[in-house]
Design a protein around this ligand. Structure first.
Ligand code: IPE
Ligand code: IPE
Ligand code: MG
Length: 251
């Protein structure tokens, strides 16, 4: 199946995918910017800038295709361990996006939500987040979640802490803590769990992305480095997703 898919021309996928069976929520781990730049003898920051362009194009395309929720991994809780200048370059791109994306996303009727530990971010980024979330809050056509200072474990920890506080205050009993309650305490409980998670760049791991919600997500990996990722690659991933049998533990 994989060989067959590789031989197929990307443009073919547009006609092959079933528009009535699109994944409702796609998660994307935007990885490989650094290697993309290194291959060209360029600084990593250029790779990140190219990655931001790919992000713009893919979000635009996903919206036109009719995908209802997209979550993009922009900065992990572990990415702070990178050199200061790289962290600064990433934060400056993010700030720029929060500013530029504001009218762009409002025009596209897209609701932007930032998931992650936003308390730990700089004041200007926090202000950018408030503005973009506020001005896009009525967006109806798509939800764009940007995972920023995000960690899947931290998301579960924060839900567990909220549940523990509810138990201590007597609002619930410890045994009331179940799948449904914890799900309702995740960063944004209003979106469905991801149906499909895409990881380019040749790595086969989730790197702390959407750990709770990905329990039954379909995973799709590819060697493409994120700045090279195109609309055709997204179509390919959706086509492959539609060939899979999701059983959720059943038969
Ligand atoms: C993804 O690209 C961007 C972030 C993690 C913020 P990388 O910077 O991880 O690129 P590689 O993996 O080094 O190629
Ligand atoms: C995952 O990529 C985080 C983002 C894309 C934001 P990393 O490059 O940080 O992941 P590892 O280190 O390869 O696992
Ligand atoms: Mg990486």
């Amino acid at each position: 199946m994989i060989r067959f898919n590789k031989k197929k021309k990307a443009a073919d996928y547009s006609g092959l995918i079933d528009r009535n069976n699109l994944p409702k929520h796609i998660g994307i781990i935007m990885d490989g910017n650094g290697r993309w730049a290194k291959k060209r003898g360029l600084p990593r920051s250029i790779g990140h800038a190219e990655g931001a362009k790919a992000f713009d194009k893919i979000i635009d395309f996903a919206g036109k295709l009719g995908i209802k929720v997209v979550t993009c991994y922009a900065f992990s809780t572990e990415n702070w361990s990178r050199p200061d200048d790289e962290v600064a370059a990433l934060m400056s791109l993010l700030l720029q996006y929060l500013k530029d994306g504001l009218t762009k996303m409002a025009d596209k009727d897209t609701k932007v939500i930032i998931i992650g530990d936003t308390k730990g971010l700089n004041e200007d980024i926090k202000e950018g987040i408030r503005k973009i979330e506020d001005s896009t809050k009525d967006g109806k056509s798509m939800v764009l979640q940007i995972a920023l200072n995000y960690g899947g474990r931290q998301e579960i920890i924060s839900a567990a802490q909220k549940a523990a506080k509810m138990a201590v205050s007597g609002e619930i009993k410890p045994e009331d803590i179940d799948d449904k309650l914890l799900s309702s305490l995740m960063y944004n409980p209003d979106v469905p769990e991801p149906d499909l998670i895409i990881r380019p760049s040749g790595e086969f791991r989730l790197s702390n992305f959407l750990l709770w919600g990905s329990a039954y997500s379909e995973l799709w990996f590819s060697d493409i480095l994120w700045p090279d990722f195109t609309a055709d690659d997204l179509l390919k991933s959706i086509y492959d997703y539609q060939q899979r049998s999701r059983r959720f533990g059943g038969i």
